[in-house]
Design a protein around this ligand. Structure first.
Ligand SMILES: Cc1cc2nc3c(=O)[nH]c(=O)nc-3n(C[C@H](O)[C@H](O)[C@H](O)COP(=O)(O)OP(=O)(O)OC[C@H]3O[C@@H](n4cnc5c(N)ncnc54)[C@H](O)[C@@H]3O)c2cc1C
Length: 390
């Protein structure tokens, strides 16, 4: 059995764990990042075909960590968002109101992750261990211990970034409030005819919202990602069809916007659920990202919320250099992060159920609501600023 000491142990090298590793390495902590998967195996790294819509607020934070300059060449800026209520006559147009700011930046998860891993190498005190099979966690006076079959890692604090099915929650017994949706999300990346000119689209169908995000592409090629919430049964049936059928089916749905669909690059289904932990802390342990909260992707804010956790962690660590895992440190983190996460958890849940529930209330609100928002510039500005995370 080998035993290691580190200041900070981060469990999970997803897009939130990696940014947490950057932020604390940047403050000169000795950081150890572990993951149960082996991301040196390229098949595992490239398994996730999703994109993330980075908000202006998250981009600013990445900039402060000197990371944005490496990401921006892979990021497609979004300048306008068009929201349709099924019919193109009923739409809301969100434009960016703040000079030189965008509504978001679409980045492919796999490229994002690769850049973050590469850039982490510049921190000599930071280490990544893959294939780490965490089996237990214990808290001692002044430090915590993480056990695998072969190793023990002692640290001042454990940062749980192990995703929405967090094993750490089970090990230490943190309870959650969970919401199961009878929906999944189809993520379809494809090459198409029409240029989107930095515009993202969200169409609210009765069965669930469909978003089209423009992706960074080589010159002369238009590439986008569709994220479509629908029943799992329907999506499984659709994806089991021949590519030529899927293309013509999608052209019927979104052809007005994207034109002909030339090629489908990838297609994946993600079951949807949401949760929030009863607390984001447990002794010398804090939860960040999806390990703390997962939300419906309707507003494309899940990762951005995780970055808000990391930003809080970074700011508290900057001020508190004495004991990074102390009770007061963890409590301040919980106080600063929980409220916003709870609000967004509620908001995305309500937004989703409002738009998919059939019946009078649905029809009334969706018809009056969309038109009302479109006419109300100050409300539009507020929603825009919220989406931008500024
Ligand atoms: C269809 C869809 C579209 C989305 N689009 C957007 C968007 O546009 N914008 C946005 O902000 N958010 C979006 N999200 C949400 C976003 O994808 C997640 O919030 C984000 O990826 C969570 O990152 P994470 O690092 O917290 O967790 P994860 O990405 O789940 O990473 C967890 C990591 O922990 C590792 N791990 C798990 N268990 C262990 C263990 N026991 N020991 C060690 N390691 C472990 C895993 O291998 C993994 O590497 C979307 C979500 C979905 C489903």
């Amino acid at each position: 059995m080998k035993e290691f000491n580190t200041d900070v142990l981060i469990v999970g090298s997803g897009l939130v764990g990696l940014v947490a590793a950057h932020s604390l390495s940047n403050l000169n902590y000795k950081v150890t990042l572990i993951d149960k998967k082996n991301f040196n195996n390229p098949k595992k790294v490239f398994g996730d075909t999703r994109t993330v819509a980075v908000s202006e607020g998250s981009k600013n934070f990445l900039e402060s960590l000197s990371l944005w300059s490496y990401i921006k060449n892979n990021a497609e800026p979004v300048k306008t968002i068009k929201v349709y209520d099924r019919s193109s006559s009923n739409k809301i147009l969100f434009n960016n109101q703040i000079k030189n700011k965008k509504l978001g930046y679409v980045v492919e998860n796999k490229k994002f992750s690769k850049i973050l891993v590469n850039q982490l190498k510049k921190y000599k005190k930071t280490n990544i261990h893959y294939d780490f099979d965490l089996i237990d966690i214990k808290f001692e006076k002044g430090y915590s211990r993480a056990f695998s079959k072969k190793n023990i890692i002692n640290s001042k604090i454990i940062i749980a970034a192990d995703g929405k099915n967090s094993q750490i929650r089970t090990i230490v017994g943190t309870k959650i409030f969970k919401k199961k949706y009878n929906e999944s999300a189809l993520v379809l990346n494809f090459v198409h005819e029409k240029k989107l000119n930095n515009t993202a689209f969200e169409i609210f169908y009765k069965t669930g919202p469909l978003a089209i995000l423009p992706m960074k592409s080589p010159k002369g090629i238009s590439q986008s990602s569709v994220i479509w919430s629908n029943s799992e049964k329907f999506l499984k049936k659709l994806t089991s069809c021949e590519s030529i059928f899927i293309r013509s089916f999608m052209e019927e749905k979104i052809g007005k916007i994207v034109g002909s669909i030339y090629k489908i690059n990838s297609i994946q289904i993600f079951p949807l659920s949401a949760h929030i932990n009863e607390s984001f802390i447990n002794q010398r342990l804090i939860y960040v990202g999806d390990a703390a909260h997962s939300i419906h992707p309707i507003a494309g804010q899940g990762w951005n919320l995780g970055i808000n956790d990391v930003k809080n962690l970074y700011e508290i660590s900057q001020k508190n250099t004495t004991d990074i895992g102390s009770d007061s440190f963890c409590q301040t983190y919980n106080d600063n992060s929980y409220h916003k996460a709870f609000q967004l958890f509620q908001l995305t849940d309500k937004l989703n159920s409002h738009f998919i529930k059939p019946g009078n209330l649905y029809r009334l609100l969706s018809n009056i609501g969309v038109g009302f928002v479109e006419k109300n510039q100050s409300l539009k500005n507020q929603i825009t600023k919220y989406a931008m995370g500024v």
